[in-house]
Design a protein around this ligand. Structure first.
Ligand SMILES: Cc1[nH+]cc(COP(=O)(O)O)c(CN[C@@H](CCC(=O)O)C(=O)O)c1O
Length: 395
């Protein structure tokens, strides 16, 4: 491809897009497995995977086939009209969810799942409107979900429109703060089992188990945000399985439909039955096209043992990263293939160098952390190449 072609598409996107994103100077046009190609034909090892969406790999053949067939059959059907693919997806999803989570509100993104969770928590607790969330937590960008998102830079531009007056933020992992915050008027505690955007931070089993115990004791819900940790990312189908905790509700999105936009709030019967009929809704949620993709994606995760792959490859990836001898690395941490390398200096220049000089895509998770979220289907050879590239840019 000539430079003109690249500039043609890049110029158009930069010219007409909203302007909220820092656009990389590249145009990505194709993906397969853990590789993506730009318009000039250059290949990249993709450890961004759409911010942890392409867990089963780009354009998984089973998902492609399912989407092609469903697109030709039926793409549009609202949830007041039952549909075979939606029913099949709900069966597939409930079949892999922790026991007890058997009712699902279907939507189209993580933020929407969190908005639904917030409303279901209020009705399930008889109108309680106070919440506990986590410092460094990320729950989404809409005004409702933003109230649970810690980073001030995301909230400040919107002032009082962000309804965070009823939210108490506690230090992630601090059991004493948690105990003090979960009072008798709390609707729910919201937390990620591993904080993603907040720096790839696993937490102790004790903290999550104490949140489970205290919310039960004080009539609040425990809502785990598995939008990033879900669907094999951390070495289990869901990260809560590492801790032996079943929440009252779980927000889901990203990888759930193999790359097709999707979101869901999974909950117990009790939480679901407390929402008045017609109390929430969505136009696109549960559409047949997304449902077909989701059925294929979840079956691929099971059939290809992707949770075990993430566990095994994650351990290998972190072992190789920890073997890098560099004074710039403070810590390598993570769970499964949700990996963060905290540097002693800003990570952005190294993320840029990895992309431009080495053809490896990574992303930030706070200014000092390089986040690796590759497809679970990444090969050991690609892991070795990514680690060698990282070692080179750190020199
Ligand atoms: C844990 C979590 N919860 C909720 C969301 C919101 O989901 P959605 O509405 O589908 O984007 C995300 C997006 N996480 C990415 C942040 C995206 C953004 O900057 O906005 C991320 O981890 O980078 C999460 O990682």
């Amino acid at each position: 491809m000539t430079a003109t072609n690249v500039s043609k598409w890049l110029d158009a996107e930069v010219r007409y897009d909203s302007g909220v994103y820092n656009k990389h100077q590249v145009v990505m046009v194709r993906g397969q497995g853990a590789t993506v190609w730009d318009e000039t034909g250059r290949a990249y090892i993709d450890c961004v995977a759409g911010y942890g969406v392409a867990n089963i790999g780009h354009s998984h053949p089973d998902v492609v086939k399912a989407v092609q067939e469903q697109a030709a059959r039926l793409m549009v059907m609202p949830q007041t009209l039952p549909n075979d693919k939606r029913a099949e997806f709900l069966q597939e999803l409930v079949g892999v969810l922790p026991q007890g989570l058997e009712r699902v509100f279907l939507c189209n993104s993580g933020t929407e799942a969190m908005e639904a969770a917030k409303k279901f928590a209020i009705t399930a607790t008889g109108g309680r409107t106070k919440f506990v969330s986590m410092k460094r937590g990320f729950s989404g960008r809409s005004l409702g979900a933003l109230a649970f998102t810690w980073e001030p830079k995301y909230r400040e531009p919107f002032g009082d429109a962000v309804d965070d007056k009823n939210v108490t933020f506690v230090t992630y992992g601090n059991v004493e703060e948690l105990r003090a915050a979960i009072t008798g008027d709390i609707a729910a505690v919201i937390m990620e089992p591993v904080q993603g955007e907040g720096g790839v931070r696993p937490v102790s089993a004790e903290f999550i188990q104490e949140a489970r115990r205290l919310t039960k004791e004080r009539g609040a819900l425990l809502i785990l945000d598995e939008i990033q940790t879900g669907f094999c990312r951390t070495g289990k189908m869901f990260a809560c399985e590492h801790y032996g905790v079943v929440p009252d509700g779980m927000t889901l999105a990203k990888a759930m439909a193999g790359g097709v936009p999707v979101g869901a709030f999974a909950m117990t019967q009790d939480v679901a039955t407390r929402m008045p009929k017609g109390g929430h809704g969505t136009t696109f949620g549960g559409n047949p096209l997304t449902m077909a993709a989701g059925v294929a994606a979840i079956r691929a995760m099971k059939n290809e043992g992707m949770a075990e792959q993430a566990r095994e490859k994650g351990a290998y990836f972190m072992e190789k990263l920890r073997a890098i001898r560099s004074p710039k690395i403070r810590e390598v941490r993570g769970l499964g293939l949700m990996i963060g390398v905290e540097l002693k200096e800003k990570s952005a220049p190294y993320i840029t160098a990895l992309e431009h000089e080495e053809g490896v895509l990574t992303l930030q998770a706070t200014p000092l952390v390089v986040r690796f979220l590759p497809p679970v289907t990444i090969s050991k050879e690609q892991i070795d190449q990514a680690v060698a590239a990282f070692e080179r840019v750190l020199q």
